[in-house]
Design a binder for this molecule. Structure first.
Ligand SMILES: [Zn+2]
Length: 114
């Protein structure tokens, strides 16, 4: 009498939630406006499509006092260079850059130095 080993029946089942087990790509969502150019952090005017008025525009930039400005000011004060402490407030490179749409004046992005 021969016993035939029978393999377990193949049910065709995949592991539970096979697709969901795979690691999903992580998309870091940043609070940028839809359609804002990726290089909006630049401190010079950028060409882009305004997400508000849908026009091809070159952004209008304004320099605003930011965190770096205050840190440089405090740093100069800390090292006893108080006569120079106002300089960061006069140098655009030390300030944040705000990009506006010249057509609808919407803020398209802020290029922060820090
Ligand atoms: Zn606009």
């Amino acid at each position: 009498m021969t016993s035939v080993s029978v393999p377990p029946p193949y049910t065709g089942e995949k592991p539970m939630n096979y697709q969901q087990v795979l690691p999903q790509p992580v998309y870091v969502t940043q609070p940028v406006y839809v359609g804002a150019p990726l290089g909006i952090l630049a401190s010079h005017p950028m060409q882009c499509t305004c997400p508000h008025c849908r026009l091809q525009i070159v952004t209008r930039t304004e320099s605003k006092i930011g965190l770096l400005t205050w840190l440089l000011c405090c740093g100069l004060l800390f090292f006893g260079l108080w006569p120079c402490a106002f300089i960061p407030f006069c140098v655009d490179e030390c300030k944040d850059t705000v990009h506006y749409c010249p057509n609808c004046s919407a803020v398209l992005g802020v290029g922060k130095k820090l």
